[in-house]
Design a binder for this molecule. Structure first.
Ligand code: 8YV
Length: 330
């Protein structure tokens, strides 16, 4: 039997490619690029499996006429780039990389919150520009985190990891989620369930950690921002599109919101010009999971998923984290 063929859509740690090469003929791209439907369709032709990322949007049109592809391993926990219904109809096993990134992403949410609340980014820019000529007691005043109420919208595993860290800051936590957590979990996270308007009104600072779906596009828009406290810090480590970036920029510009820390953007890698023009927003290029250990763990899990889904390796037929396990039992 000839070796199965696997496509890796973006540059990856070399040892992960080597691992895949133990089982497959591997074609690995050396640049990360957004592809059109046609380009992606063409790229996937002739492969049994693919290791994809956020930039690769797989839907029915991409899969049309492709009878060979059997497995897609997504490099990330979020998989809003995949049309799971279409992928399942096509009999393709899809997988993602949950759990391994929870703690790093939770750490990063706090990094953005701290930097935005204490204006570290602007102060550093000012210092580097040679503007520090003496101490002014009333310069660079930020807002506190300790003792303030932290709001979390989306209370999955990452939200819970963020909530647990709030205990160290002495911050009470409010949360809103599609489903209320079991009481024992609420207690261990020190978090209280409230409805969304209450969350927006009562949080001193708010972190967004919900998955992107068609229902929650602009879950935070002008109306929601208007409910928030005027000195609040908003952090988005979830997905671009959950926040209406234009509405956010005008709230930040007009002093209706204190500051923001954003790792994700509508239409990234493009960033709304109004956000780029503001000082009271910290911007980073989708790096919440980007630590050496975590990105390696994500890549390893994605490779393990792909190998197993294509019936190879020690977990043959049992990918560790499938999204549509029903395909496996067909
Ligand atoms: C990754 C992410 O940076 O896991 C996710 O859903 O957004 C991030 O951890 C991204 O998926 C890179 O591929």
């Amino acid at each position: 039997m000839s070796k199965q063929r696997v496509w890796v859509s973006r540059p990856l740690f070399p040892e992960i490619v080597t691992k895949l090469e133990q089982y497959f003929v591997v074609v690995a791209e050396t640049a990360d690029q957004k592809r059109s439907t046609e380009q992606l369709k063409k790229a996937l032709a002739g492969f049994d499996g693919a290791l994809l990322g956020l930039n690769d949007r797989v839907d029915a049109a991409v899969l049309e006429g492709n009878n060979r592809l059997k497995a897609i391993a997504n490099l990330g926990v979020g998989y809003n780039n995949l049309d799971i219904a279409a992928i399942t109809r096509a009999g393709i096993i899809a997988s993602n990389t949950p759990e391994v990134l929870n703690e790093s992403v939770a750490d990063y949410a706090w990094a953005l919150l701290l930097v935005a609340a204490r204006r570290v980014n602007s102060a550093e820019r000012w210092l580097r520009a040679g503007q520090w000529h003496g101490m002014r007691f009333d310069d660079w005043l930020g807002v506190d985190l300790h003792g303030k109420t932290l709001g979390i919208l989306g209370m999955g595993r990452i939200g819970q990891a963020i909530a647990r860290r709030a205990q160290g800051f002495g911050m009470p936590v409010l949360y809103h989620n599609r489903h209320r957590l079991p009481e024992s979990l609420e207690q261990s996270c020190g978090a209280r369930y409230v409805d969304k308007p209450t969350l927006l009104r009562e949080s001193d600072h708010l972190v967004l950690v919900l998955p992107f779906t068609s229902e929650n596009r602009h879950a935070i828009g002008a109306a929601e921002l208007a409910l928030m406290k005027p000195r609040a810090v908003l952090v988005n480590i979830a997905r671009g599109g959950i926040v209406d970036d234009a509405a956010l920029a005008s709230a930040l510009r007009d002093g209706r919101l204190g500051a923001a820390g954003l790792d994700v953007f509508e239409g990234e890698p493009a960033v709304h010009a109004d956000l780029l023009a503001l000082e009271n927003v910290v911007l980073s290029p989708h790096i919440a999971s980007a630590t050496e250990d975590t990105r390696r763990a994500m890549a390893t899990l994605a490779a393990d998923n792909l190998i197993a889904a294509l019936g190879r390796g020690p977990q043959s037929g049992h990918p560790p984290t499938p999204i549509n396990p029903e395909v496996l039992t067909r």
